[in-house]
Write a protein that binds this ligand. Structure first.
Ligand SMILES: Cc1ncc(C[n+]2csc(CCOP(=O)(O)OP(=O)(O)O)c2C)c(N)n1
Ligand SMILES: [Mg+2]
Length: 654
């Protein structure tokens, strides 16, 4: 038995023992991929456990996140400060950084949170894009690394993998190397129960290089990884493996996928592997070998630091990698221009105008759209394209791949040095919802532009008209959902989202033109989440609370009520999440307890009771829309100033 085999067996032993101790987890994948991972870390991966956030490290993405013990074992063995052996002993327990699935917020060295299959692969495409982009901007001396991915059968079955593979192939991301754990097993049994495609053919068709290896033959693995690095195309390394390798009866079966092996099976595995050590015991020579691998990265890192120190772009590089915005803020001048000539435009157009100011001033902004550039208004004037021929470009035509786009944006944000934004119709946030959720979990700054945000889009009809989307997005923790009412609020929302470093944002923007409502930009009022746009002149009896395209309608309804002597405040509430964290006195001032509060929003009313109270009035649309001109729909569904005023009066008369 070679030394490498003993070293790989350390991964197998830790995986078996940790899953057994937790009485839950997935031993099969780490046991099956131990040999491949050993060769990757020994001969190919550029990493330094002493500096896990070193910007020019290779990124290692465990897309098959259920195999989390693989990465925990690797980080521990190679000498990362965390996880400690005690952390591994507490795998999957409260407050252990060794969570059931790897979490980027828990452990440096875990580049992204994985578990939802396919998304690690799709995020890695964004990481590889970020690497090439920053290479294009800062050059080989500062940015020259690879993205390595371990993906399972499940990752490659998921639909998002197709979006990721075809985008990576199109963009010729040759620094992306995906190792497929080709074990022919998933949970229900053999992969042949549900799949019979030609996987190599599929990647080849998308412009990838494909190489196969025996995932338990070290020389074969090494040759395949070497070939992958040498090829200019993105590479798929198909590693034929045995799930649960070493387990006497469960290896090669789904029985080793996702449950503890059991004491007897583990005893048999120890015997079969020649592993004569106790639970969680790593012999000193093996630990030393792994730590030696880790120590090797120090030289490359030190060389890189010397290059950075000598580089005239060092300051800018460091700023961008730290995620700090430039000192010069283009917003005050842009806001002033909106007051000088107030535009009556759709908020999607306002967003484009804001981007025209922001994109030249913030080189870290990298935008795009899922084939709706002209509708989402996401491309700023003169913004150059990011293409396989010019990675220094800053605008991505993602194609009709919403989920792949959102995951790639996550990958860029995780890589660092980039603030990604991307557009699609708000209604299709459903297609990318789980990537938005992963952004929220990972606490990353990613900005989604969701245009055509209501029935206000008109004739395209119910399939395209968001109804439940605002409510459903607001239900997601750590996501800021913005719905600005005019050009000023749109700019304020952009300004806030850009500073919101640990949270993704969705900007819900109108297709239809909206009148300017704000005449004062001295303060970013949207930054309070909600504010009084117009105060009652008659004694206040009602507060109308609206968002986005309904704010001006609410203001017109308020004028009708005021004309009848009914005092009415108008509150614009562009962002619930931001308002919710204002102090109680401010919230009570904006939404006083003892007056009738009425919400107006062209979407489901669900949730608005939170702000209006159960004795308030919630005006919205609790059914799907219809294909018709927008004005007709607003009239039919009672979202006009007279209809709203009548309902308010009806309630006051009760
Ligand atoms: C999107 C998504 N769907 C379902 C699951 C549940 N799940 C976890 S692992 C797995 C099977 C994956 O098979 P494979 O990638 O071949 O892993 P292996 O059994 O070989 O370790 C499933 C269905 C998931 N994690 N993510
Ligand atoms: Mg499998």
């Amino acid at each position: 038995m070679t030394d490498l085999a003993r070293c790989a067996n350390a991964i197998r032993a830790l995986a078996m023992d940790a899953v057994e101790a937790a009485n839950s987890g997935h031993p099969g994948m780490p046991m099956g991929m131990a040999d491949v991972a050993t060769v990757l870390f020994a001969n190919h991966l550029k990493f330094d456990p002493a500096a896990p956030r070193w910007p020019d490290r290779d990124r290692f993405v465990l897309s098959a996140g259920h195999g989390s013990m693989l990465i925990y074992a690797l980080l521990h063995l190679t000498g990362y400060e965390k996880p400690s052996l005690d952390d591994i002993k507490r795998f999957r327990q409260w407050h252990s950084p060794c969570a059931g699935h790897p979490e980027n917020t828990e452990l440096p060295g875990v580049e992204c949170t994985t578990g939802p299959l396919g998304q690690g692969l799709a995020m890695s495409v964004g990481m590889a894009m970020a690497e090439r982009h920053l290479n294009g901007v800062f050059g080989n001396a500062l940015v020259d690394h690879r993205t390595w991915v371990v993906a399972g059968d499940g990752c490659l079955m998921e639909g998002i993998s197709q979006e990721a593979i075809s985008l990576a192939g199109h963009l010729k991301l040759g620094r992306l190397n995906v190792i497929w754990d080709d074990n022919k097993i998933s949970i229900d049994g053999p992969v042949s129960l549900s799949s019979s495609e030609d996987m190599a053919g599929r990647f080849t068709a998308a412009g990838w290089h494909v190489v196969a290896c025996d995932g338990h033959d070290f020389a074969s693995i090494d040759a395949a990884l070497t070939a992958a690095k040498a090829d200019p195309r993105p590479s798929l390394i198909a590693a034929r493996t045995t799930i649960g390798k070493g387990a006497p009866t469960k290896a090669g079966t789904s029985g080793s996928h996702g449950s503890p092996l059991g004491a007897k099976e583990i005893e048999g595995a120890r015997a079969a592997l020649g592993w004569e050590y106790g639970p969680f015991e790593i012999p000193a020579d093996i630990k030393a070998w792994w730590e030696g691998l880790g120590a090797r990265g120090k030289a490359a890192r030190a060389d890189w630091e010397a290059r950075l120190a000598a580089n005239p772009q060092a300051g800018e590089f460091n700023r961008r990698m730290a995620g700090e915005l430039p000192a010069a803020d283009p917003m005050p001048a842009y806001l002033a221009s909106l007051i000088a000539t107030p535009p009556k435009v759709a908020t999607r157009k306002s967003s484009e105008m804001a981007l025209d100011a922001l994109v030249p001033a913030l080189p870290e902004l990298l935008g795009g759209s899922a084939d709706l550039t002209g509708s989402n208004n996401t491309k700023a004037k003169g913004q150059p394209l990011f293409t396989a021929d010019d990675y220094s470009g800053r605008y991505v035509h993602y194609g009709i791949r919403e989920f792949g786009m959102a995951a790639a944006m996550n990958g860029m944000a995780l890589h660092g040095g980039i603030i990604p934004y991307g557009g699609t119709f708000l209604v299709f946030t459903d297609y990318m919802r789980n990537a938005i959720r992963l952004a929220a979990i990972q606490q990353i700054r990613v900005i989604h532009v969701g245009t055509h945000d209501s029935i206000g889009l008109g004739e395209d009809g119910p399939t395209h008209q968001p109804i439940e989307h605002l409510a459903s997005l607001r239900a997601m923790p750590n996501l800021a959902v913005w719905r600005p009412a005019d050009a000023v609020e749109t700019a304020e929302a952009w300004a806030f989202a850009l500073k919101d470093e640990k949270r993704p944002s969705v900007l819900a923007l109108s297709r239809q033109n909206l009148p300017p409502l704000r005449d004062d930009v001295a303060e970013n009022l949207s930054a309070k989440g909600a504010y009084r746009l117009k105060a009652a002149t008659a004694p206040r009896a009602v507060v109308l609370v609206a968002t986005g395209s309904e704010v001006h309608i609410a203001a017109e309804a308020a004028a009708l009520l005021e004309a009848d002597g009914i005092g009415c405040d108008v509150v614009s509430m562009p962002c619930w999440e931001v308002f919710a964290v204002q102090d109680a006195a401010y919230r009570a001032d904006v939404l006083p307890p003892s007056v009738l509060k009425v919400s107006v929003e062209a979407g489901v009313t669900m949730g608005w009771e939170r702000w209006t109270g159960s004795d308030g009035l919630n005006i919205g649309i609790d059914h799907f829309g219809a294909s018709a001109p927008a004005e007709r729909l607003y009239a039919e569904y009672g979202l006009t100033a007279p209809a709203i005023a009548a309902r308010v009066k009806g309630r006051l008369d009760r």
